[in-house]
Write a protein that binds this ligand. Structure first.
Ligand SMILES: Cc1cc2nc3c(=O)[nH]c(=O)nc-3n(C[C@H](O)[C@H](O)[C@H](O)COP(=O)(O)OP(=O)(O)OC[C@H]3O[C@@H](n4cnc5c(N)ncnc54)[C@H](O)[C@@H]3O)c2cc1C
Length: 81
């Protein structure tokens, strides 16, 4: 069964982090069948939120997720360097 699933995949992605999952979604949008393999048995929350820089927001916009992003995002009010 697992071998069949692997054979059907056009692309295999190692890791179900935000990078791997975003790549899988982007490939799916182009009709490319991606299989995501994750080595960790249990996914746990890490950190306090997701800090998206401009390129990441642009990538989500290209994936038609801008509206969903704006519904949950909190734009930064200050920048301290
Ligand atoms: C303690 C800590 C706190 C953080 N806090 C924040 C925060 O508050 N806000 C924020 O925006 N960012 C935070 N970050 C950064 C953020 O976690 C990373 O930038 C982000 O997770 C990177 O995503 P990624 O998909 O590239 O990698 P990862 O999230 O690391 O995902 C990679 C995945 O690949 C899996 N993997 C690795 N090797 C293999 C393999 N050979 N086969 C299969 N699976 C594999 C791993 O188990 C993992 O699940 C924090 C990081 C740490 C360490």
């Amino acid at each position: 069964m697992a071998e069949n699933i692997i054979r059907q995949a056009d692309v295999i992605i190692a890791g179900a982090g935000i990078g791997g999952l975003t790549a899988a979604l982007a490939l799916h949008e182009h009709g490319i069948n991606a299989l995501v393999l994750e080595s960790t048995r249990e996914l746990k929350p890490l950190g306090v939120g997701i800090n998206l820089q401009l390129q990441a927001a642009d990538a989500l916009t290209e994936m038609n997720l801008r509206e969903q992003l704006e519904n949950i995002a909190i734009p930064p009010q200050n920048l301290c360097i």
